[in-house]
Ligand binder design. Sequence first.
Ligand code: GAL
Length: 763
Amino acid sequence: MDKWARPTYTPCLPLGDNRSLITGCEKHIALSRKAATEGTVLLKNDNQVLPLATGTKVAVFGKGQIDYVKGGGGSGEVHTAYIRNIYQGLKMKKGKVEVFDALSLYYQNYVEEQYKQGKILGMFDEADVPAELLNQAKTFTNTAIIVINRFSGEGFDRKNDGTDNYFYLSESEKQMVETVTSNFAKVIVLLNVGAMIDTGWFAYNDKISSAVMLWQGGMEGGLAAADILTGDANPSGKLVDTCAKSFDDYPSSEGFHESEDYVKYHEDIFVGYRYFETIPGKKDCVVYPFGYGLSYTTFALSDITACNVKDHILVSVSVTNTGAFHGKEVVQVYYGAPKGRLDKPAKELCGFAKTKDLEPGESQTLHITFAIEDLASYDDTGIIAKSCYVLEKGTYTIYVGTDVRTATIIDYTYTVSEDTVTKQLTSYGSPEKLDKRMKADGTYETLECQPVKRAEFLNHYHCAEKPEEKHPLLDVANGKVDLDTFIAQLTEDDLFYLLGGHSNTGVANTCGMGCLKEHGIPPIMTADGPAGVRINPNTGVLTTAFPVATALACTWNLELVEEIGKAGALECKENNLSIWLTPALNIHRSPLCGRNFEYFSEDPFVAGKMAAAKTRGIQSQNIVACPKHFACNNKETNRVESDSIISERALREIYLKGFEICVKEAKPRMIMTSYNIINGVRASENVELLQGVLRNEWGYDGMITTDWGNHACHAKEVKAGNDIKMHIGYPDVLKTAYENGELTREDLCICVKRILEMILWLD
Ligand code: GAL
């Protein structure tokens, strides 16, 4: 096959076994189901009500059993051949569980009626159950299942203002819970949600014995739920977010909807468990801690050792399945830096590993290693050394366990005898308007608001001589001519054209780039998104919907996430799409962010590791991965104009950290900047973050794209090294800037070169 044959000719060449289609194939759907079960978190299981004994009769309450939310809306949407809901999933377990059909069918009618009225999936009230039906259900069984679901999507945030009840149960849901708990002896709760919601209502209710966090499990989510309920699968998911008692307990809640124009990140680095485990009195606000999750079996950790190997610490742990059910366990390693002059979280995750499926009695030794320099804190004000990562002197404690709260100190410490700078960096992206930030004792440090002089960067590009004969891009691929010489033949108009997105070809629906026929540059198409390849269903192409990113992160299984990356990449390739706009790794800062489901976690280490795994899987198939949205897109309301006001330390330790891990570990070929403003500068025009941090400090050598249709100035983006403007560019704006001398040919060429390098990398 010729180089770029797929993007050029969009042939119909299936990639499955025996020339079958790989897109939406059984194997990928089975992988999706496996991931959905593995990301399921068992939160409560008093009296071992779960797994259900064979033949258990159940009555299922809640519209969510029918109106199953497989994932969120917007770029995270996926169009599939079917979506298996929870009722259907349970019905497939014939002989193992018996469902009271009349009740489920009553909900089915109710949901269909709501859809007819134009109501949106996951966004309508619960139905009242007629007394007679309730009585019949009680006669049928003493075991009830309650399903609660939530939907959210791109472009809007959720609220808790009475008209929209996201975090808490709505009145109709509370009514349903009351009815069920007063009529059934055994009650199981299933949560079909994209990220953290209230869990206190069942955690502290003795009438509810079990609760399962299903997340939004993709197209087989209902069957995966049934796998868990019947014990065909043993849950091994662990929370990647803290479940707090009330919405107000999250430190971001106070200012989340304060303004449409800005978000002040006053809690600073104390996000998620870094807040709850550190700030005095806040431990009591936690219902389920970060890292937590039960199993149908029990595990014991033993023989925990640690040692110093060069510049790393190696922790070894033996895990034994001490129960009667086969299953997997996740071991988590946290460190506690000494209380020094810089405020520090009490514990921070620095490593994790998951066992294989252990049979009862079976053991496995896990080895977890991390770099000592990763225990350093960023000093943005110069208390010790300005703009440096510093290991403060003192004792670094290591904790090992299966969640952040119960992880215990091990018999090993690492001591630093004097304050040590591990990296001297430069002050980039610092705030002008941040008035205060949280300290480790819960009080606030007052900050001075003052204008910041931003750094300037020179774009270095040496224009080559124009060749005598004309060369197509293929000549570069074949080594006949170098890329700079190829670029030398392009006119300025060609350059303006290449710096913007172009219309769809084939089945693409999110546009593409390249497409300069007279120079042999093929059209290179993109596709969303984090839960699977999003193709317009009008094309007739239906793909695999995987569980949402939160669920994937809860698997703590990097190999599995890598496999999903590979599977999605193959679906892209089969459909002649070259760039998959995933992973998305912004931080779960507030439960109300509309796109939480697309993102992995409140913790940047988990987010970075997951993103790296997915990127590796995607790029192993020569499909471009595009981690997004760089950075601080943690709110959807007015996302194109909202200013994320944040300290440099929080930026580096929390909001950029995941990207840093992904870039350094997996070398993505593309990164997408976010819509929002960061400390007064739009993300895509932010030369300090793009050139200073991403390219210079981290050594990123891939290309950078804008988010689709942002509000930034194309010329400023080119100057900042945001290589392409999607989904369309503004050649006229570039032309004017070029003619005015604001942009040089070098500025244009350097961005075009990175776009062409990406294209050359493709098959
Ligand atoms: C944006 C979204 C991105 C992206 C793009 C293409 O609205 O923020 O994540 O994938 O659309 O659909």
